[in-house]
Design a protein around this ligand. Structure first.
Ligand SMILES: [Zn+2]
Length: 201
């Protein structure tokens, strides 16, 4: 957060200059930057994407796992659960996609704070509509085995995508490192919600 504030303090004089410039394009760019800034500063409350999931519902090494078939690396995590278990929105946001994808099967995408897109795949069914606003924990659908999860144990594939690149995440020793800035590892966030303990095996 201090890094962000530092960046903002550098950015604000520029924004002021733009406003004073009074050019339409500059005004437009300023508005876009402000919108991006507001989206970025929205607090991101994070919850569980599957009802009653536990720490052993997902593998700690699942994210960016290599090799991972045609995707090369696994850009998300798999949360294993019984078919029909509620899939719940891990953040508040707006549903920007519902539909059938060849790999993802029945899929829901939610645009949340920080312009992050949360991708929920292999659902057996979904229960939200495009452009619907959802709160944290709102049911999006049910766990299934659709798309390329057919014939595998049912699970939710959960990916967090960021269109604002986090270049500091690049580790050139990893496969497809050039894509790393555009994805966020959900594992630490989930681990924080599901502390390790004897009853949380
Ligand atoms: Zn997966």
């Amino acid at each position: 957060m201090p890094v962000l504030l530092k960046l903002l303090s550098k950015l604000l004089p520029w924004l002021m200059a733009w406003f004073i410039g009074r050019s339409v394009l500059r005004f437009f760019i300023t508005v876009v930057l402000l919108i991006i800034g507001v989206g970025y500063l929205l607090p991101e409350q994070f919850g569980l994407p599957v009802s009653n999931m536990r720490r052993n519902s997902y593998d700690q090494r699942s994210y960016w796992y290599y090799p991972w078939g045609p995707s090369v690396v696994h850009k998300g995590i798999d949360v294993f659960a019984r078919i029909g278990t509620p899939v719940t929105s891990a953040t508040g946001g707006v549903v920007i996609y519902t539909g059938e994808l060849s790999m993802g099967g029945q899929t829901v995408m939610v645009l949340g704070p920080k312009w992050r897109v949360h991708y929920y795949a292999h659902l057996s069914s979904f229960s939200v509509e495009r452009w619907e606003w959802v709160a944290l924990g709102h049911q999006l659908g049910k766990v299934g085995d659709t798309g390329n999860a057919k014939g595998k144990p049912p699970h939710l594939h959960y990916t967090i995508f960021t269109p604002i690149p986090y270049v500091w995440q690049i580790d050139t020793k990893q496969h497809q490192w050039w894509l790393q800035p555009f994805f966020v590892d959900p594992t630490p966030g989930l681990n924080a919600l599901l502390p390790k303990g004897p009853d949380r095996k």
